[in-house]
Structure formats: structure tokens, C-alpha cells
Design a protein around this ligand. Structure first.
Ligand code: ADP
Ligand code: MG
Length: 675
């Protein structure tokens, strides 16, 4: 959005703004992308194809040619050779300069062109009388159209001359880290001294770069940790448990907690006993048993005299939670309220009234839980399942139903550790990295679409043997109505192909009650084959379903495929997931299918997903308001961890230094970050 004060896009200020360059500090931190060696002149006769070098030449002539595009071609020569300079985009001023007899210094790579050796779009300047060669390497800066290296370099020089680059880190810390000072690092990178080699300077672990990377990560961690520190300063009820209810639940379960569940539960219980709000993410692969941890957490709040609420993103999922939790908790004398949009008004109003009066200690539901008229008498804990499915505002809305409630988010989309530390810096994380015993791993098969007949036979045989199957329709992201049409066609086709089986259809456009009815029929095995869109992606738990077919698997993302596959393998029976794909496969689709074929570990898959997509897309950087890293790398785990620890220390012990550091790094870039 252009605002009244924004400079015109094609003015110098506009171009600089596009690069986030406003204050002197922004210019100082605008560091070179790479360096070029202009300390020497290479004779044209020694030019090697593909190797960038500097030549000093004289213009023979220049012309605008049309072959077929309009272009500027200058012929130049030195004592031993000749060369063409070719410009496909050029300014009239450039053409004017290239007059016969003018001496130029030209930098670029020589290629064998149509008319002999040439350089396309070389950097060049007219040699001034008595001009010497630079002593050190020449920095090349990231820039934007219409903004030349020379201009940028001059502006950066001026900024560096004016700026006080005092260190924002205390000297003893800089020493402890074993890094050079920030001022000397920045000046060094803008002006490398003559003795330093290009290879050393461009290496990522060059000390001056290390220091810059550290400072950048520190700024990121500071900006992300600041809300956490503020949160710690707020109050929340200290939930003192009696362990009566939680112990009773543990005794009544037909299984023992896994080690990971026990660990997560202890971490959560410790948070709940603190006088400031918990904000924790419970991550666990599909089937790792997050629900029972949620149940224990809710009972802990109830024991301490508070209410607890659990919100799920879909009606199917919410209902499943409700059924499971009611079955566990009602025998303990705990009433569980059920609140969704599809309830009859009378029932809904009754549930809202009981929650508001504090008569029901636990409420489970969908977005209906955060409607304005829902009020809790004493909400102490808000749990949000599959938190990435909700917007930030919705997530917070539930917690805000209680004054300073504790919050637990649950997710089956594992986030690699470094990412979690950065993007979710405001969350503490517990991980269920262990599946309950007795699971039979799911076999994954990749099958070309042409062999659909064999797959149908397999579904048929499994269902005749008493098992059930999911058939997932092709994903059509661009159009919801097309998606619906495809689902209906798939359904019709399967009904015809499998005449002796009962086939059902569930998709996002069904009314909640209709959806629930289909799911209930599937649970009772009255439907053997369930044709579904991705509405079944999260949470659905039907242990007798041992086969899943995903059509056009190449269109799905990695996280989605992993989630879908997690719907099978929930019983004792050996399960399989068949990924049908259409040929030919694109390169990324092939890479994705290979990952899902080779691994069933959600964390390993998430790491690959991150690698294939990059952090921005993986997490939705735009949404997260995440400062993008220019110099540092999130995969640099050790440095990220160091920055995180020091950010915490600085926020606690030297808040004014933390503020100065943030100002330096992010002060001028806020608008860029919001873009
Ligand atoms: P998710 O983490 O995907 O939400 P659930 O909570 O739905 O997983 O658990 C998956 C299944 O495993 C459920 O049927 C649940 O009752 C069962 N389960 C959970 N914890 C254990 C355990 N420690 N031992 C055996 N089964 C468990
Ligand atoms: Mg779940």
C-alpha cells in the first residue's frame, strides 16, 4: 500500500526504500553479496571463458542493432585482442559514453558469442586520467533495478562515516563468544583489506561474517522473545493440583503412558503451577497420544478449581475428542459440555448457560467456543488442537475467555527444532517423540495411475475380509467447486466399480450433521469404503480402517500426505497406504513422494519438507511477521541456540542494550517485514 509520505517508486529514495535503506544503520548493515577482484587488469588475450575478470580497453565503435531485439553493441580492443560488449537493456547515457577512443575498465565474463568473444551486460566505467587500481576487493551489493553499484557504494560510505557503530553487546560477552567487534566486522566487510583472499572473505565462517550472523540472529531472537518476557511478567492462576482426578484417570486407562507422554505431562504440570500463563506447544506425530495428555492437563485445571476448554478446527475432530474425553472423564464424575455450530439452538443455549454458571468444568467444541456469547465462569486453561489450522486471533480468543488463562497448543505437524526456536520463539515446546507400543507400521506403496484396477481389487479384498478403506480424492487447490465435483465423480465411479461394498462420501461442503452421520456409519463399519477429501486429514481415528488410497498423490504437500497416512495403522492389523500418481511426475513431486515413501517419521519428513520448500513457505513467513534472515542461516543450530540464550539474558539483565540492538537491526525494516 502506498501511503502519502512514501517516496515515488522510481525516485532514488523509492529504490532505496525497496531495499529497506533509510537510516544510516540500514546502509551500514547492507552488506556485500560477493566481491570482485578489480585489483588487476587482465589482457584480453588471456581472458578465459566463464571466469570473471577486469580488462582495460578502448572503444572502437558502438551501434544500436536489431537482431532481432533492439540492443547496444560496442566493439572494444586492447593491445592484444578484441571484444564486443552487448547490452540488451541500456540507458541513452550509456550509449553516449561509448564513443570511439574512450578508455574503459570493464568487468565481466567473456563468452564466445555469435560474432566472436563478448561480454553481456558488463560493469564498466570510463577510466579517469591517472586512475589507479583499487587495493582491495570490490564489494558487490544487493540492489534493485535502476540503482547502480556506484551510487550504493557512495551512500554506504557516507553512512559509515557518520555512524557511531558502538557495540550493542557488552565487551565480556563478545570475548566469551570469541567473535570480533561489530564495528570492525562491518567496516571490514565493506572494505576488505588488500591481503585478504576472495575465498576466505566469501566463506560463511569468516569471523566478520560470523559476528554479523550472530547479531542478526540475536535481533531475531530478541524480537521474538520479547512477548515471552512480557508474558512472564503477567499473572495467571497458579493451578495447585490434588492429583486425585489425574491419578484416577491414569488408573482407569487400559494402557500406561509412554515415556514421552510422561515427560510432556510433567513439563505441562510444572508450567501450570507457575504464577504466569503457560504458553506451550505439544508436538507429536499422528497417533503419538496427545489426547490423553490433554485430558490430564484439563483434569489438573479442574482439580485446582478452574474450568478447561478444548477447541478443535473441524466438527469431526471436535466430536471425536468429545466422545473420547467424555468416555474417560464422565466415569470420574466430570461433566463435559459439547459446543458446536450445528447444535440445536436450545441445546446450545443450555450448554452456554452451564459453562457460564461454572456448572460444567470442561467444554469441548469448535469455533463455537469463541463466539461472543460464550462466557466461562473461571476458565483457567485453553487447549487448541491442530493450532496451525486456526488464525492467530482465533487461537488467542479462546484463552481470552478467561482472565490470564494458561494455554496449550497441540500439533501433529512437527516443526524442526531450529524452526520452532525461531518462528515459535514465544512458545515452549514439548515433544512426543515416541509412539505407543504395539503399532504396526504402515507400508507405503507408490503406484502409477494406470494400475488403478489392481488397487481396486486390493480394496475389494481387504473390505471383504472385514477391513475398511479410505479413498482420498485428488486435491484441487484452485477451486473448491471443482474439488467437490471431483469428489462426487470419484464416489460415483467407486460405487460402480465396487458393487458389493457400501461406499460413503464425506467432504467439506456437507452439513455438520451429515458429516457426523457418515463418519458414525464408517465407525460402525456400515460403510466399508469412505471416499473423502482432506477433511479427514486431521485426527480421525477408526482403527479398523487398514487401507488408504490417495489419488493424485503428487498434488499433495508432504505434511498433508503424512497426516493422511496417519489415519491408518491405528489398529493391530497390518496397514497400507497406496499413493496413486499420474505420469509424468515433475521433479519436486517426485522428490516429495520419495520422502514419504522412505520415511514414516514425522520429524524427518518435516525436515525434508523444510529443505524442499524453504522456511518461508514451510511456515508461512508472511503470517508470522518473521524477520527474514539475510546473513544467518536457521540451520546453523549452534549459533541459533547461542543467540537465543543471550537474547534471554539481555532482555532480563540489559533491556536497554536489547532495545538498542533491535533498533539497529530492525528499526528501518519494519515495513519490509510487514510486506
Ligand atoms: P494423536 O496424538 O494423533 O492425537 P491420539 O491421542 O488420538 O493421538 O492417540 C492415538 C491412539 O493411541 C488412541 O487410540 C489412544 O487411546 C491410544 N494411546 C494413547 N496413548 C497410549 C499409550 N500410552 N499406550 C497405548 N495406547 C495409547
Ligand atoms: Mg489428535
Amino acid at each position: 500500500m502506498a501511503d502519502a509520505k512514501a517516496p515515488a517508486a522510481n525516485s532514488l529514495a523509492g529504490r532505496l526504500a525497496r531495499l529497506g535503506l533509510k537510516r544510516d544503520a540500514d546502509f551500514a548493515l547492507h552488506l556485500p553479496l560477493r566481491y570482485e577482484d578489480e585489483t588487476r587488469i587482465t589482457p584480453l588475450a588471456d581472458a578465459r571463458p566463464g571466469v570473471a575478470a577486469q580488462f582495460e580497453v578502448e572503444v572502437v565503435d558502438s551501434e544500436i542493432a536489431y537482431r532481432p531485439r533492439r540492443q547496444l553493441i560496442a566493439r572494444v580492443r586492447d593491445a592484444g585482442g578484441a571484444l564486443s560488449l552487448r547490452f540488451l537493456n541500456f540507458y541513452p547515457s550509456q550509449q553516449k559514453v561509448l564513443q570511439p577512443g574512450v578508455r574503459l575498465r570493464v568487468f565481466g565474463e567473456v563468452h564466445e558469442g555469435y560474432l566472436g568473444p563478448e561480454i553481456i551486460h558488463p560493469r564498466f566505467h570510463v577510466v579517469a586520467a591517472g586512475e589507479s587500481l583499487p587495493e582491495g576487493l570490490t564489494p558487490v551489493y544487493p540492489t534493485t533495478a535502476g540503482l547502480g553499484q556506484g551510487t550504493l557504494r557512495r551512500l554506504i560510505e557516507k553512512a559509515l562515516a557518520r555512524l557511531d557503530l558502538g557495540d550493542t553487546l557488552p565487551p565480556e560477552l563478545v570475548q566469551r563468544l570469541g567473535l570480533p567487534g561489530i564495528a570492525e566486522s562491518i567496516r571490514y566487510l565493506h572494505h576488505p583489506p588488500p591481503e585478504i583472499s576472495q575465498a576466505a572473505l566469501e566463506a560463511r565462517d569468516f569471523p566478520a561474517w560470523r559476528r554479523v550472523q550472530f547479531d542478526e540472529l540475536l535481533a531475531q531472537q530478541l524480537s521474538l522473545r520479547r512477548p515471552t518476557v512480557a508474558r512472564r511478567a503477567r499473572g495467571a492462576p497458579m493451578l495447585r493440583p490434588t492429583a486425585k482426578l489425574t491419578d484416577a484417570l491414569l488408573r482407569s486407562l487400559p494402557f500406561r503412558l509412554t515415556g514421552a507422554q510422561g515427560r510432556a505431562w510433567r513439563e505441562i504440570a510444572a508450567d501450570l503451577g507457575q504464577p504466569h500463563p503457560m504458553q506451550r506447544l505439544l508436538q507429536g506425530d499422528v497417533g503419538s497420544g496427545k489426547t490423553v495428555v490433554a485430558a490430564l492437563t484439563m483434569l489438573h485445571a479442574v482439580e485446582a478449581g478452574h474450568q478447561a476448554a478444548l477447541m478443535a478446527p473441524t466438527e469431526i475432530l471436535a466430536e471425536q475428542h468429545y466422545r473420547k474425553l467424555a468416555a474417560w472423564l464422565e466415569p470420574l464424575g466430570i461433566e463435559v459440555a459439547w459446543l458446536t455450530g450445528s447444535l440445536k439452538k436450545k441445546d446450545k443455549d443450555a450448554a452456554i448457560a452451564r459453562v457460564g454458571a461454572g456448572e460444567t468444568p470442561i467444554a469441548i467444541g469448535t469455533h463455537a467456543l469463541i463466539e461472543d456469547k460464550v462466557e466461562f465462569a473461571r476458565l483457567g486453561l485453553a487447549i487448541v488442537d491442530e493450532q496451525h489450522r486456526f488464525g492467530v486471533r482465533q487461537r488467542l480468543a479462546l484463552k481470552d475467555k478467561g482472565s490470564f488463562a494458561h494455554q496449550l497448543a497441540m500439533s501433529a505437524t512437527p516443526i524442526p527444532r531450529t524452526l520452532a526456536m525461531s518462528y515459535y520463539a514465544d512458545l515452549d515446546v514439548s515433544v512426543l517423540d515416541e509412539l505407543p507400543p504395539g503399532r504396526t507400521p504402515v507400508t507405503t506403496k507408490l503406484v502409477a495411475e494406470a494400475r488403478r484396477g489392481e488397487v481396486l481389487q486390493r480394496v475389494h479384498d481387504a473390505c471383504r475380509a472385514g477391513r475398511q478403506a479410505y479413498w482420498v480424492c485428488p486435491l484441487i487447490e484452485e477451486s473448491e467447486s471443482l474439488q467437490l465435483k471431483t469428489a462426487e465423480e470419484t464416489y460415483t465411479r467407486l460405487v460402480a466399480d465396487l458393487p458389493d461394498l457400501k461406499v460413503g462420501l464425506v467432504h467439506g461442503r456437507l452439513k455438520a450433521a451429515e458429516k457426523a452421520e457418515v463418519m458414525a456409519a464408517f465407525v460402525r463399519n456400515e460403510i466399508q469404503v469412505l471416499v473423502a477429501t482432506t477433511v479427514i486429514e486431521v485426527g480421525v481415528d477408526v482403527p479398523n480402517a487398514s487401507l488408504m488410497v490417495i489419488e493424485h498423490a503428487e498434488r499433495f504437500g508432504l505434511a498433508q500426505l503424512h497426516q493422511l497416512r496417519g489415519r491408518v495403522g491405528r489398529g493391530a492389523e497390518a496397514s497400507a497406504c497406496i499413493l496413486l500418481y499420474a505420469q509424468p511426475l515433475g521433479e519436486t513431486a517426485r522428490a516429495r513422494l520419495k520422502v514419504i515413501y522412505e520415511s514414516t517419521d514425522g520429524f524427518a519428513i518435516a525436515r525434508e519438507d523444510l529443505r524442499l520448500r524453504g522456511p518461508g513457505e514451510f511456515i508461512g513467513a508472511r503470517q508470522s511477521g518473521m524477520p527474514l534472515l539475510r546473513y544467518a542461516d536457521l540451520e546453523d543450530t549452534a549459533l541459533v541456540e547461542q543467540a537465543r540464550a543471550i537474547a534471554e539474558e539481555m532482555l532480563r539483565e540489559a533491556p536497554e542494550r536489547a532495545e538498542a540492538h533491535l533498533q539497529r537491526w530492525l528499526g528501518g525494516r519494519e515495513e519490509l517485514l510487514k510486506a
